[in-house]
Write a protein that binds this ligand. Structure first.
Ligand SMILES: Nc1ncnc2c1ncn2[C@@H]1O[C@H](COP(=O)(O)OP(=O)(O)OP(=O)(O)O)[C@@H](O)[C@H]1O
Length: 357
């Protein structure tokens, strides 16, 4: 849970301080005021590139000194991240004042988000669904980001070697494939564990008002009992011709089915798709709370505005039951009238104020 958040020169916020004193933090303000930017800053307290998947260079305030900083107090530990003007492409992370890796942030805080860009999650290519699956998995298994990074690094090195047959030393290829085998097994195992536990948790959820999904991992494997590392060795010629590694957990996809309709999520209406995502997030928050003793921080960008009043009330009720911190944005403060236990903030052109009501 975040007790204090400061931003310096992040997007349109030159200098912002937020002191959450409730589980709900409500950010209201006009379009373009800087509400999502605050959620994005919170999302940078997790491994990765935050909820927009943006380049670091885009995050430093235009017209500012060139770098940016984000710091948050989480259960007495200060998590800090940012870039300096001298090294604008190198993300720096400090945990409790000690220089650290971004992946280590996951040991301290689990963060999950839902943004308008995710309205197309079930319709677009698998990459977005895989990132969503990994965000959920990371909340449960903090080492997931490190396995993922090492798997990707070994795969990129293997792809480079295969692309240049003169340099393709078989012993070096075998070493890289062994790394892919180890880290690939860890990340596939963590994803499978998440999916199994989440399906168990979802089985106990009601069908209304948020549609209940069944989730599964698809793709990525050639099938059969042959260990991945042996399949990689066998696929060298094929992968060299393709210019990339054609099978493995980097090709996983998250398949989601609307249980009551017996329909794939991509065939459901926009509202139903959002309801499926909310169901997943709510069940996930309870699961993480059970397993880690601390629910994830949820960032819900423009979610309230797209729900009818009864679903909105139900969402607030369910969110309250998760016991975790929830950051929500909206253009109208009236969206949040039902919530009396909230830190209410007004955002205007890069400034954050306590709301009058
Ligand atoms: N690096 C940057 N430096 C300064 N301003 C930036 C930077 N990046 C984005 N902005 C500005 O931030 C603003 C967008 O902020 P944000 O997306 O947080 O708005 P919002 O309050 O969530 O609005 P909406 O309700 O439309 O979603 C835009 O005016 C944009 O020009």
């Amino acid at each position: 849970m975040i007790g204090r958040l400061t931003l310096s020169d992040f997007r349109n916020h030159a200098d912002a301080l937020i002191l959450p004193d409730h589980l709900f933090i409500l950010l209201t303000g006009d379009n373009g005021a800087g509400k999502t930017n605050i959620l994005e800053a919170v999302s940078m307290l997790a491994p990765g590139r935050g909820l927009r998947g943006a380049a670091l260079g885009a995050m430093a305030r235009q017209g500012g000194p060139g770098g940016f900083g984000i710091a948050a107090e989480v259960d007495g530990v200060v998590l800090g991240t940012g870039v300096t003007a001298a090294s604008p492409d190198r993300r720096q992370v400090r945990i409790g004042g000690v220089a650290s890796s971004a992946n280590a942030l996951a040991d301290h805080l689990a963060i999950v988000w839902l943004t308008p860009a995710m309205d197309r999650l079930f319709l677009d290519s698998p990459g977005g669904r895989r990132r969503f699956l990994d965000r959920l998995t990371l909340a449960l298994h903090p080492a997931h980001a490190a396995h993922s990074a090492r798997y990707d690094a070994a795969m990129r090195a293997r792809n480079r070697l295969l692309a240049d047959s003169r340099r393709a030393d078989p012993a070096w290829l075998s070493a890289l494939e062994a790394q892919m085998g180890d880290h690939g097994a860890a990340l596939a195992g963590a994803r499978a564990d998440l999916v199994a536990r989440l399906n168990d948790a979802l089985a106990g959820q009601p069908d209304e008002p948020f549609a209940r999904p069944l989730i599964a991992i698809e793709g990525g494997e050639d099938g059969g009992d042959e260990p991945f590392v042996l399949r990689l060795a066998r696929a060298r010629r094929r992968d060299a011709a393709a210019g990339r590694t054609l099978s493995g957990p980097h090709r996983h996809d998250l398949a989601v089915t609307h249980i009551a309709k017996g329909q794939a999520a991509a065939l459901c209406s926009t509202g139903e798709q959002k309801a499926l995502l909310l169901s997943i997030l709510l069940a996930h928050a309870a699961l993480v709370a059970d397993m880690r003793g601390q629910p994830p921080v949820l960032l819900l960008d423009e979610v309230a505005a797209h729900l009818d009043p009864s679903r909105r009330s139900a969402l607030f009720q369910r969110l309250r039951e998760t016991g975790g911190q929830v950051w929500m944005t909206g253009t109208e403060s009236s969206l949040f009238n039902d919530l009396d236990d909230a830190t209410r903030l007004t955002v205007t052109a890069g400034h954050v104020f306590r709301s009058a009501t």
